[in-house]
Design a protein around this ligand. Structure first.
Ligand code: GLA
Length: 393
């Protein structure tokens, strides 16, 4: 049975009416450029083939009914379009409900409610943007069902606002942008201040993209994500006493160096040093990929991980173990933690002929070190959120 057929059946079973359209929004893996989006810098992610599916039908009244096959035990979650509140029992549905709210706040309110069934194959809380994928999916499907006429960049911004204002995570734009704007076979070099972007082809014949799940669960809500953001903002405020800059990533490492003495708090100094260096590494990595210098790309990935470990302090034992095992493994071009950290996944570029060897070496060694095995996902860069055709699987 195709995915669409499955969704059609499950939708009917849940809501006792037929779905009218089907959609998919991908998760993302960030190749390099971590925590730079919240400081006006560059990121270099790609959308992946794992993500969230939905079947949907508009309603004629103002009721919203949401159900996720991944959270069956929560049943159907209902809300009233006219009064969407942030209630703890809404749980996973806070993400889509936030999108309904933010569409209205951005001047594109949906005229009626909807029934929506979700089903994702992206592991939750692993740094692969399951949250962004459900947000962008919801924005994409409402845009289609109600012919709102919004472009994908706007949908990404609305999705980010839902996470910022409704879910309460002060995330940047990277994840939602990648989920909305991803392109098959390409990574996305995004300037998060101007939202200018360029696609850069990956080279799957020379470098396979392997995600390794540490199975140390993280949640942005519980994590220190918002604290890190506040530390970066405090560092920026201190720098501004010496120089009028809009964001930390306006500075090269050489420009930052003499200004860094303005940052008196040692933690804030380390956070800022990471962000400025990471932005530079991201630009260098995109250039290295363009000239086919994968070895340089790999070195930059390693430097990124070390900076996230030592200066930004978001890696942790599991991710450090995975990265170190990968760096020692023949055939690995580069490896680093990806996403917000505090658990979650690493991303590795591995020579295509060495992928099995990589799994066979890193898997057992990781299990020996931390007590449980990792999971591996061999992924490709995928297209952004879209409506599915009947024949899509
Ligand atoms: C999360 C956030 C992003 C970004 C990354 C870290 O994924 O949603 O905006 O800040 O962490 O790079």
């Amino acid at each position: 049975m195709s995915t669409v057929e499955q969704l059609r059946n499950d939708f009917h079973k849940t809501f006792e009416r037929p779905a009218t359209a089907f959609f998919f929004a991908p998760g993302r893996v960030n190749l390099i450029g971590e925590y730079t989006d919240i400081s006006g810098g560059h990121v270099f992610p790609c959308a992946v083939s794992l993500g969230t599916y939905a079947a949907a039908a508009p309603r004629s009244d103002r009721k919203i009914r949401l159900h996720s096959l991944n959270f069956q035990e929560k049943g159907v979650i209902e809300a009233d379009l006219a009064a969407i509140e942030r209630r703890p029992e809404h749980d996973w549905a806070l993400y889509p409900l936030g999108v309904f709210r933010e569409l209205a706040a951005h001047g594109s309110p949906v005229p009626a409610g909807a029934d929506i069934l979700y089903c994702g194959n992206l592991p939750n809380g692993t740094g692969l943007s399951s949250s962004a994928s459900i947000e962008v999916l919801t924005a994409t499907l409402l845009n289609d069902l109600f012919a709102l006429g919004l472009d994908p960049v706007k949908l990404a911004l609305i999705s980010q606002a839902a996470e910022n204002k409704f879910v309460g995570v002060a995330c940047g734009i990277m994840d939602q942008f990648a989920s909305a704007m991803g392109r098959s076979g390409q990574a996305l070099l995004l300037n998060c201040r101007t939202l200018e972007y360029q696609y850069r082809p990956l080279v799957p014949d020379r470098a396979s993209l392997v995600i390794t799940n540490s199975h140390k669960r993280r949640s942005l809500n519980e994590s220190k994500y918002n604290i890190r953001r506040a530390e970066c903002e405090a560092a920026l405020a201190a720098v501004r006493a010496l120089k009028d800059v809009e964001s930390l990533c306006d500075l090269t490492p050489a420009e930052f160096d003499p200004l860094s003495r303005a940052i008196k708090d040692p933690d804030q100094l380390k956070r800022a040093r990471h962000v400025v260096g990471e932005n530079q590494r991201t630009l260098e990595a995109a250039e290295a990929l363009e000239r086919g210098d994968l070895a340089a790309f790999g070195r930059l990935m390693k430097a990124s991980h070390l900076s996230l470990r030592d200066d930004f302090e978001v890696s942790g034992r599991e991710l450090d173990t995975l990265a170190e095992l990968a760096w020692q493994c023949p055939g690995v071009i580069g490896s680093r933690m990806t996403g917000a950290g505090f658990g979650g996944c690493t991303v590795s570029f591995v020579e295509p002929g060495a992928v099995d060897y990589f799994r066979n070496v890193v898997g057992p060694a990781y299990e020996k070190a931390v007590g449980h095995p990792p999971s591996f996902y061999l992924v490709e860069a995928a297209d952004g959120a879209a409506k599915l055709k009947e024949a899509d699987t």
